[in-house]
Design a protein around this ligand. Structure first.
Ligand SMILES: [Fe+2]
Ligand SMILES: [Fe+2]
Length: 358
């Protein structure tokens, strides 16, 4: 690609490359470093749920989603500065699953940063994941942007340590939806204290991007689209001018604005979840702002999985969702409104019937 292309041109071309495939990852462009303003990009892949059957056998469909994401990430031009993986490499936390997922991800060209998902954690409490990938919370600076990675899928100690006869039982319980025996996610006291210390070194005008696996907000408790200490984490992020939280876990497009914090989710490489709003038995809090994805074709294995480009120009995120066989959806920060909006479908009059894809 011609290096002289501007950002819009780059996105157009990159969009064309992506539209040619149906590939579940995202690319992030950052262009708001304070000291040395320079555009940069990173890709985002999430929720592969690699599932072990026996021996060297794994559920092929989930393998395929991740394999395609890695292949496409390697074709991106310009190259992303790094790749972020949003959690849930594994389905039931088995070393075989984590190793197989990481074997596929090892095909990525470039540095990869990881966040812990609950499916990676609740068998051995993250032991194998940490052995392979290092600490579960950390921060790094890149071209004037402060990135923070949090393990947001912890829960109350009594549930984790005292409730289940075996580790496998604990993992199965946490993997269930609508489980009355379940327990809500937490960042927890220790990490919130760490975050407080970490942010104390950061200027209030430095853009901050937080990566978590669960949303640092409360959307639907029964499916753990929920972090119990979300408000306390949000409080620590309040003093900063521009904060964005990007999360996996929900396997669908969501966006929200709470005060100074923009929230965006990424799609999964494995499967889409239905929206909590389709589930009427209990109260849910899907952000009113979110225009839901359409899902017309349940027989298409990759339907409602996909890609995102994420632009962080001017300190705010624009998510460019690239859905298989569809046109893009762009959820961009509207500086006038002070919140993310879907650039085509936000206005009610522009929304399209559910039998048509976005
Ligand atoms: Fe997931
Ligand atoms: Fe998850």
């Amino acid at each position: 690609m011609n290096k002289m292309l501007n950002r819009r041109g780059f996105l157009k071309q990159a969009g064309a490359v992506i539209a040619a495939g149906s590939l579940p990852l995202s690319l992030v462009e950052v262009a708001f470093g304070k000291d040395e303003p320079a555009n940069f990009t990173f890709a985002y892949i999430s929720d592969s749920h690699i599932t072990h059957i026996k021996g060297r056998e794994f559920v092929r469909n989930w393998d395929r989603g991740l394999i395609r994401a890695v292949a496409e990430a390697n074709l991106l031009d310009p190259r992303p500065d790094f790749i972020f993986y949003g959690g849930d490499i594994a389905q039931l936390g088995k070393p075989e699953e984590l190793d197989h997922g990481l074997e596929i991800l090892a095909g990525l060209r470039g540095d990869v940063h990881y966040v812990m998902g609950e499916h990676d954690y609740y068998l051995d409490l993250g032991e194998h994941w940490k052995k392979r990938l290092g600490p579960d919370h950390y921060s790094f600076d890149h071209k004037g942007v402060h990135f923070v990675v949090l393990n947001s899928i912890l829960t109350y100690d009594d549930w984790t340590h005292n409730k289940w006869p075996t580790a496998a039982e604990r993992m199965h319980q946490m993997a269930r939806l609508d489980n009355p025996q379940g327990s809500p996610f937490l960042v927890g006291d220790a990490q919130r204290e760490w975050l407080k210390q970490d942010l104390a070194k950061v200027g209030k005008d430095t853009p901050i991007v937080v990566f978590s696996h669960s949303p640092i907000q409360k959307i639907h408790k029964g499916w753990n689209f929920w972090t119990d200490d979300a408000e306390q984490v949000q409080d620590l992020l309040k003093p900063f001018d521009k904060v964005t939280v990007i999360y996996g876990h929900v396997h669908q497009i969501q966006y929200n604005q709470i005060g100074n914090i923009s929230f965006h989710s990424a799609m999964a490489t494995a499967w889409p979840w239905p929206y909590p709003s389709t589930y009427r038995q209990v109260e849910t809090y899907l952000p009113k702002l979110t225009v839901e994805m359409n899902r017309a074709n349940p027989f298409f294995e990759r339907d409602a999985t996909g890609w995102q480009f994420i632009n962080l120009h001017t300190g705010n995120v624009d998510m460019n969702y690239l859905l298989p066989d569809n046109t893009n959806r762009v959820v961009a920060f509207d500086t006038t409104a002070g919140r993310p909006v879907d650039t085509r479908y936000q206005a009610v009059a522009n929304r399209i019937p559910p039998q048509n894809h976005y």
